[in-house]
Design a protein. Structure first.
Length: 207
């Protein structure tokens, strides 16, 4: 059974950066629907007992010959990506990371500001719906990338890298407040990133 992450904050807690109606619709409608659909499709495919990360990392093998593979990809990505996203948002977010993650960001991208520019460019430049990512391989090497639709780096690299921070750039993530101004949403999003959670994700990715 795949379950939505429980939010550690209220729908209105991320105001004014992310508005309450967007949060409620995004979590209670979009994410809930992806999760419900995944449970149904994965059960039909007989792979509902496996972690979604394992299914993505072994995508071809796990879904070979399955008629609903594309549905599992779309809804499984929707389920996993939003658990990551809602998990590292917080009313106490913002600022910059500290410790190992800060050191690695500085040595990889030059500075936090350079990293922010690079992932913002990836988010703005993702044509149509998708995601921008900060991801790590199991040795702690960081990279910035973007994916279309609900794809993610696990699926794209057969499990070699794991996203530790995701920015949803589907219009449903920002349109009610920011309309067509995706760059303004991305700028605001940095005010709600909980870097302690991203750092914990970074540690967990180095397995
Ligand atoms: Mn979304």
């Amino acid at each position: 059974m795949f379950k939505q992450i429980e939010l550690a904050y209220g729908f209105d807690a991320l105001e004014p950066h992310i508005d309450a109606l967007t949060m409620e619709t995004h979590y209670s409608k979009h994410h809930a629907t992806y999760t419900n659909n995944l449970n149904k499709l994965a059960q039909e495919a007989g792979i509902n007992d496996k972690p979604i990360e394992v299914i993505f990392a072994n995508w071809k093998k796990e879904t070979e010959g399955k008629a609903n593979a594309q549905g599992i990809r779309n809804n499984g990505g929707g389920y996993y990506n939003h658990n990551l996203y809602f998990g590292h948002m917080s009313p106490k977010g913002g600022g910059e990371p500290t410790g190992d993650l800060a050191d690695k960001i500085n040595s990889t991208f030059g500075s936090f500001a350079d990293f922010q520019q690079q992932i913002s460019n990836a988010a703005v430049g993702q044509f149509g719906s998708g995601w921008a990512w900060l991801a790590s391989d199991n040795s702690g090497t960081l990279s910035v990338s973007s994916s279309p639709n609900q794809d993610n780096p696990i699926l794209e690299t057969e499990g070699k890298i794991t996203p530790i921070l995701g920015i949803d750039v589907w219009e449903h993530a920002y349109y009610l407040k920011y309309k067509n101004l995706r760059p303004d949403y991305i700028k605001a999003f940095f005010n709600v990133i909980d870097w302690n959670i991203v750092a914990a994700n970074y540690s967990a990715a180095q397995k």
